[in-house]
Design a protein around this ligand. Sequence first.
Ligand code: NAP
Length: 310
Amino acid sequence: MVNVLFAAEAERWAEYELPLRSAFRDSGIDVTLSTEHDPVEVDYIVYAPNGPVTDFTPYTKLKAVLSLWAGVETMVGNSTITAPLCRMVDHGLTESMVEWVTGHTLRYHLGIDQFLTQQDGNWRLGFAAPLARDRKVCILGMGALGAACGQALAALNFDVHGWARRAKQVDGVTCHHGGSGLDAAIEGADIVALLLPDTPETENVLDAERMALMARGGYVLNPGRGPLIDDEALIAALDSGQLAHATLDVFRIEPLPATHPFWAHPLVTVTPHIAAETKATTASQVIARNVVRGEAGKPFLHVVDRAAGY
Ligand code: NAP
């Protein structure tokens, strides 16, 4: 018998209980899934940082911590997690992110916002979108999400450039890597989308200098993490016309405080961290797959590199 503790927010239990039970049943493993277990009996913890567990020390026979979140910046520093920490890579979540990034890229590319409020009877000429192939889109982060977004945009003919820590090959995407590759990835970009993890190395990666490298009148999409952008530099770049607009899904403080200048800025769209949610059905299958691997003595999938921070 394998004991799995569900330790996410209380309201998630109603969403996850049946999909997890069904995924474990399909996996053929005899699992006791509960929100309450004697800590010394727990084999795996399905985890979210806003749940009831912060100290993992009592879980003495823990084989893995299985995160429901893709971003693990609040977990990597928890020194009481000594078992492997696996982050969420869920194809439902990836599909959502592809839709969000593609949707907002097309919105900017086609100039959709300017026509939404046009009700004055004035037949304005002067805007026609160039072809996608003439738009450089830069995606910072070529992991599970960035690479999928890059491929979707490349399939629409955008000139997609990606940036990662290590050298990468992604179909249809010109890949850059490391400190020296960053400027080449951003230079002349009409749209920059951030899909990096929040680590000490990625903080303020999009700063005033990098914004100045983008094409004048460029656009920024941030579905990654708030600290990736220098907020003050972003506002200055929007005010100066260097950037035309930004759509931000993630912030240094969430919920974004009502007094934050992003809310009132006419060139900023705020979305409340909804770009991509973990989907209970597909995520449960990922969790069950990892438990099966653990029980078979195979290496876990999606193990976080605690030293790298993601
Ligand atoms: P991932 O698979 O771990 O990919 C991360 C990418 O960032 C990798 O390509 C990695 O390079 C690159 N990277 C990390 N540190 C770097 C550095 N110092 N310099 C250059 N590149 C660096 O993560 P993912 O699943 O794609 O998710 C990305 C982020 O999206 C998550 O961390 C999370 O913050 C965010 N997210 C947001 C939402 C939302 O709803 N807004 C939902 C899910 C996730 P390598 O390939 O060389 O390792």
